[in-house]
Every structure is written in C-alpha cells, then in structure tokens.
Design a protein around this ligand. Structure first.
Ligand code: ADP
Ligand code: MG
Length: 729
C-alpha cells in the first residue's frame, strides 16, 4: 500500500553524490564573471556612456535615449560573448518570487537574414504582460498597465543563456507594483537624512548607503522523499507527521553519506553564486538535521536584496541537479527548529566609515553613538511597523510559537553599550563645562572600544540585536524578500534622523548650545524615551511576555493582527513624508499580503483535509480491519475465552475508531468554516476568519492523524515519515 513511500526511500538510499563540475578557473578569477560590472562596462561602452552610468549609480541621474542605446549595445556585446541568446527584465513582483520573460536578441530582417537586436528602448523600459501579478487593485483603479524600468544601481548579469536586467515594476501612473521600488525610495531618504547628520561630524560625507548581509537558512530533503508528500510539494511544510524518536539507531544507519551529497550541492551553489557576483561563504548549520545556512559578505542593501532573491532561485535549480529539494519554508517540520534569514544591517558613508561601528576617537564614537541611539529610538517608535514587515503565514509558525525570536520587538545592546547609555542618560541639561565635557568624552564616549566584547556575547533570543558593528534583524523569515524589512528599517531610521537633526539644530539656534552639547542633550532624551524597547534577557521566556506586556510593548502573534500597523495613520504619514509609498500603494500592499495569507491557509487547509480523509482514514480503516479479522479469528478458535486474548486488539480497534471519528468531524467542521470565511467580502475580516476560525482545526486534525501514525502498521502507512525525511540519505 505504501509503495510511493518505500520507493522514495529505496531511491534515496541508492543515491550517489552527484559530482561537482569544477571550472578550470580559480574562484577569484570566477568572481562576477557573469556580471556586467562597472569595470566590465568600461570596456564595452564609450566614455560618455560609462560616465553617465556612473552618475546614474551614484547620484541617481537620468540616462537619455542616446546614452541608453550605447549602454544597450555594450551590454549586448558583452552578453553575447558570455553565450547569451536572450534578454529579460528581471523583477520582484509582490508574489514573493522573481519574474522574468525572455526575449531573443535575434531578429529577422528579411530575405533570410537576421541580426542581434537590443537597443536603449529595450534596455530602459518593457511592458511585460503582467496582468496576473498582484496589484492590490491598483491597475484596476487606474486602468493603468504595469511596466518594468531599468535599475542601473544593480548590475545586469547573465544566467544560463539569458541576460538579466534588474528592473523596477511600476504602474503607468507611477505606483510601485514590486518590492524594489519602495526600497529604492527608502534608501534615497535615509541617504539624505543620514548624510545630514553625519556631516555634524565630518563635512566630507556626501552619501550614506545602507549595508545588508543576510544569512539564509534552509533545509535539504531528497527530492524523491519530498515528492512523496503532497504537503511538502504544495505547501513547503509537513502539515502532519509524528516526530522521529530522538537518538534513534537510524543515525548510524543513514548518516554516513549526508555530508558528501549536501557538500557537493553547496560547492556547486557556491560556484554559481560567485560567478553571479554573490560573495558567498557557505557553512553547515547543525541546529536541526538537514538544516544549513548560506551567507555572503555584506553589500549595499539594494544589491544584497537582489542577490538574496537570486540565490533563492539558484538554490532550487542547483538542488534539483543534486536530487534535492530545498525547503525555504520558515517551519517545514513542527517540533524541529525553523529557518530564518538574519538581516545584518548598517549604514556606511562614502568616506568609508561604518556608522554603526565604534571608532578610535571620542569624536568618531560620538558619531557612532548618534546613529546607534537614533536606530534604537526608531525601533522604539515604529516597533509595530517592523513587526508588520516580517509578518507572513509561514513566519507565524516561528515568531512567538515556542521558538525564536518572539513576536515582541525589542532591542538587545549588550552589557558594555547598555552601561554607556546609562551614563549618557545622566548628562546634564544645557551646555556642559569644559571639564564635564572632557570627562564625558574621555570616560564615557572614549571608553567604547573599537572592538566590542559583546561581539561574542550574543543574545540569540533577541529579534533585533546589536552585534558589534551592525544590527541584526533576526526575525525575518527564510522565504521573505529582504526588501520589505529593509525598506521599513531604512524609512523609520530616516525619519528618526530627520527629527534628530531638527532638534539638534533647534537647540543650537534657540538655546545657543554648542553642537556637541546639543547632540548630547538630544541623545540623552532619546535614551530616556526609548528605554522600554531595550531588553537584555531571555526573549523566549514566559517572564518576558509578561514583562513586555507591563511595558506596553505589543505582542502580535498572527499575521492579520500584525499587518494592521501598516495601514495606520502613523504609517501612512511616515511613508508619505518620505515618498516611499502613498496611501494607495500602502493599502494595495496590505490587501495583497492579506490575500496571500488567506490563500496560504486555505491551501494548507485543503491539503490537510485531503491527506486526512483520503490517506490517513482509509489506512487506519485497513489496519483496523486486520485487527477485526484477528479478533473474529480468535473468537472462532477460542470461543468465549477469546476476550482475554484479544483484549489489546479490541482496545486498539476502539482507539482507532475514536481518532477516525475525531478527524472526520474536525475536517468537516474546518471545511464548513472555510466556506463561511470565503464569502466574507473584506480581506481583513476574511483573513481574521482564516486565522481564528479555520486554522485552529489544523492542530486537532494533525494531533489525531499523528496518533494514528503511531498505531498503524508501518508497512501500511502511506506518508513518508519524519525520520525518513530527515535521516535517510
Ligand atoms: P556571525 O553572525 O555568523 O557571527 P558575522 O558577525 O561575521 O557572522 O557576520 C554575519 C553577517 O553580517 C555577514 O553576512 C556579514 O557580511 C554581515 N555584516 C558584517 N558587517 C556588516 C555591516 N557593517 N553591515 C551589514 N552587514 C554586515
Ligand atoms: Mg549572525
């Protein structure tokens, strides 16, 4: 009966590691070989075009049609030299995947002749037939079509035989339909705000970029095993299945060949990434069986976001060549650690200074403290928006669900910096005497060492932790597009820095404070105001949940609850002020995210109902029939004495019936709730219904199915089990 399951196991056991095709070149020579980098561009286009591209990258200057033609011509020549036959505008619609539509360079020109054509028009703008990408009603409302437009700040690359041009995706009326557009706008805003503030300390600063280093966690499961379960195939996670017995003998049976197969996958992935200019360093993660992590060196945030979107795609392709399925889902296996995507974030100046890195002098440390404290204050003021930025049906299984990090947003600073902030909090009002200032600079600000001890003192339970020279936003989900959390973080810090500048300038103007004194005064107030968001303890503990509640910090455990912050007056005001998103865009996104949530839960509900009804119950009945047959046989042979002999079998028969009944009743009730939910007109109410009325059935149904898995003959059980998925290699 369980043929698919056993076939998959057999197939997996017989697998040999797939050899890695190592290119003849060294890694350093391969790096960015498939990227149209600035230095490559220099060889392929006239100086005039090259300079225009540089100006577009650094100052956002527009590129005219003539120049665009020159750039396109250079790009085409380069791409063809790399074996490209097609080109595509590569973008990140709000579906969560990347999108591409390939067009050939090839163009017939009559009489059997053809040319390779790619001009400035094709480079700069395209109109994909994009009517089925989510727009949250934007396109309908405005009867506008969407188009993609070249983003010169992220270099084009060749993947396979296609030239990929990173683009934004917007409606003809200018509303963003993708992840990249609001991010670029937010990065522009924080550039302006942070540059203004940085110039208090260094007049040479003309630009500030955000830096992002993501750490991508994932599971690798054999493709045959994954394909044997429809929940893994369709929903990316196990909707049911009993956990494997801990420390089972299976470890010594199957563990042997894991590293080889996985390692070959990783090596090949690394080679692909390096050629695409993604500076990865791979490592094995030992938290859960079959769980791994890949992390590059940090890059400018927009580029890092593109690279993360790209790698999620590349991973699946490389995995297929190695007979693996990559599970990017935040929680593929209940009871086992989930996957996240830590977003290491900082700001850097064009003078080469990391604004969240403590420096060598009191002056550079004051600059560091300024950006550090402003970030904390921003997180305090807009904690709910950060929470919303990481909300998704998948991530609900991690955040606040007995696993790290909690759904409560807090900031971890470490002992040393907490102590520094405590001292700064005592700075007196108004101008300081020269002695006081010297004391403060030398003994507080100057005391911050360049390398913080806290760098190693990691609090792994904090959703937003300072880790020596950057903040690490740990609550981001493993399937998420980093653009959203990065867009929110950049915008809230931009807002905070704007306010800071206004307040400091006001103190200098009206109260005649010296610049440093004004800065100290404002920082002191920020430290006081944002104290509630700081937490150094165990974020997983029950006490923290209580303590946070006392502090008035929100604990939004579900996506529908968390997303509401996105459409608040405060959010509309904020994103509007920074030209990141207008009200229409904000509401459209809210709608799209709710719909996505609803669809995910709906699909999971259908799969669960199907597996429970069509696989679990019939199997349980088949096994129960065996038991019944056994009991009637015993009765035939032993007559009235059978009862004692069949005692256990009879109680099993009853137990199985109880589970079957409960499963059937709950599946029916769940379907009923789905029906009711589906006719609710407004997406927010519908999402609430899916969250609070439909989803609660999942656990009950699963519980009874998992009980049956433990009772039913293993030979009959049709669903590949935890231990097989996680330990068969
Ligand atoms: P780990 O967290 O595993 O100890 P590191 O602290 O060295 O490792 O770095 C984790 C990630 O943080 C890496 O991707 C790294 O590139 C990134 N990172 C380091 N410095 C910065 C920075 N200034 N801005 C953004 N990301 C950074
Ligand atoms: Mg880390």
């Amino acid at each position: 009966m369980a043929t698919i399951r056993f076939q998959a196991i057999r197939e997996t056991l017989n697998r040999q590691p797939v050899p890695v095709v190592e290119p003849n070149l060294r890694r350093s020579e391969l790096y960015a070989a498939n990227v149209f980098t600035i230095s490559t561009a220099k060889h392929y286009m006239p100086k005039e075009a090259y300079n225009a591209v540089l100006a577009a990258i650094t100052h956002g200057q527009k590129i005219d049609r003539k120049i665009a033609d020159q750039v396109a011509s250079g790009m085409k020549a380069w791409a063809i030299s790399k074996g490209a036959t097609h080109y595509t505008h590569w973008f990140q619609p709000l579906t969560g995947a990347t999108a591409e539509k390939h067009d050939a360079f090839f163009e017939p020109v009559g009489d059997g002749a053809a040319i390779d054509k790619f001009d400035g028009g094709q480079l700069v703008q395209q109109e994909p037939d994009a009517s089925s990408f989510p727009s949250g009603g934007i396109r309908n409302t405005f009867e506008a079509r969407g188009y993609t437009a070249w983003d010169p700040t992220s270099p084009a690359f060749v993947m396979g035989t296609t030239l990929c041009i990173p683009t934004v995706f917007v409606s003809y009326t200018g509303e963003a339909l993708d992840h990249k557009t609001p991010l670029l706008r937010a990065l522009q805003s924080i550039d302006a705000a942070a540059t203004d503030v940085a110039r208090y300390f260094d007049k040479n600063v003309n630009k500030v970029i955000c830096t992002l280093g993501w750490e991508q966690e994932y599971f690798l499961v054999d493709s045959a095993l994954a394909a044997s379960r429809q929940d893994l195939t369709l929903a990316g996670r196990m909707l049911l299945g009993h956990g494997a017995a801990k420390g089972q003998q299976l470890e010594d049976h199957y563990f042997g060949s894991i590293p080889d197969r996985a390692l070959n996958f990783m090596r090949e992935l690394e080679i692909e990434c390096i050629q695409l200019g993604i500076p990865v360093k791979t490592r094995h993660n030992e938290v859960a069986p079959n769980q791994f992590e890949i992390a590059p060196l940090f890059e400018e945030a927009n580029l890092a976001v593109d690279h993360n979107s790209l790698i999620m795609d590349v991973m699946s392709k490389v995995a297929a060549r190695h007979n693996f399925k990559v599970l990017l889902h935040e929680k593929p296996f209940a009871g086992i650690n989930g996957s996240g995507k830590h977003n290491n974030w900082s700001m850097a100046t064009d003078t080469g200074v990391n604004l969240l890195g403590p420096g060598k002098t009191p002056k550079s440390n004051l600059m560091f403290l300024t950006f550090f404290i402003n970030t904390i204050k921003a997180v305090y003021e807009y904690a709910d928006l950060l929470r919303a930025a990481i909300a998704s049906a998948n991530n609900d299984h991690r955040l606040g669900a007995n696993e790290a990090p909690p759904a409560i947003i807090s900031v971890f600073l470490g002992q040393q910096l907490s102590a520094v902030l405590d001292e700064l909090e005592r700075v007196k009002d108004g101008n300081l005497s020269p002695e006081e200032k010297t004391d403060l600079k030398l003994n507080v600000v100057g005391k911050i060492p360049e390398i913080l001890l806290d760098n190693t003192d990691r609090n792994r339970t904090s959703p937003f932790a300072f880790t020596g020279n950057k903040f690490e936003f740990r609550a981001v989900g493993s399937t998420a597009n980093c653009a959203k959390p990065m867009m929110v973080l950049s915008t809230i810090v931009a807002q905070q820095l704007r306010e800071f500048k206004i307040e400091v300038d006001a103190l200098i103007e009206s109260k005649k404070l010296k610049k440093d004194d004004a800065i100290f005064n404002v920082l002191r107030e920020y430290i006081k105001a944002s104290k509630k968001i700081r937490f150094e303890g165990d974020g997983y503990s029950e006490e923290w949940v209580k303590e946070a509640k006392k502090r008035g910090l929100n604990n939004f455990k579900t996506t529908p609850e968390a997303l509401k912050a996105q459409i608040s007056k405060k959010a509309v005001q904020l994103f509007g002020d920074h030209n990141v998103m207008n009200k229409v865009e904000i509401e459209a996104r809210y709608e799209i995210e709710l719909e996505e949530y609803i669809k995910k839960v709906q699909i999971e509900g259908r799969i669960l109902g199907d597996i429970a009804t069509n696989h679990v119950i019939p199997t349980a009945i088949a096994y129960q029939n065996t038991l019944i047959h056994n009991v009637t046989g015993l009765k035939e042979i032993f007559g009235t004495g059978f009862k004692k002999l069949a005692e256990q079998q009879m109680s099993l028969i009853e137990e199985i019936s109880t589970h079957i009944n409960t499963i059937k009743k709950n599946v029916d009730a769940m379907i009923d709730e789905r029906r009711k939910a589906n006719v609710i007109e407004h997406a927010d109410k519908r999402a609430d219904a899916y969250c609070n009325k439909v989803k609660p059935y999942f656990d009950t149904i699963r519980y009874h199915c998992d009980k049956l898995e433990l009772l039913v003959d293993d030979e009959l059980w049709p669903l590949t089990k935890y231990r097989e998925l996680l330990f068969t290699k």
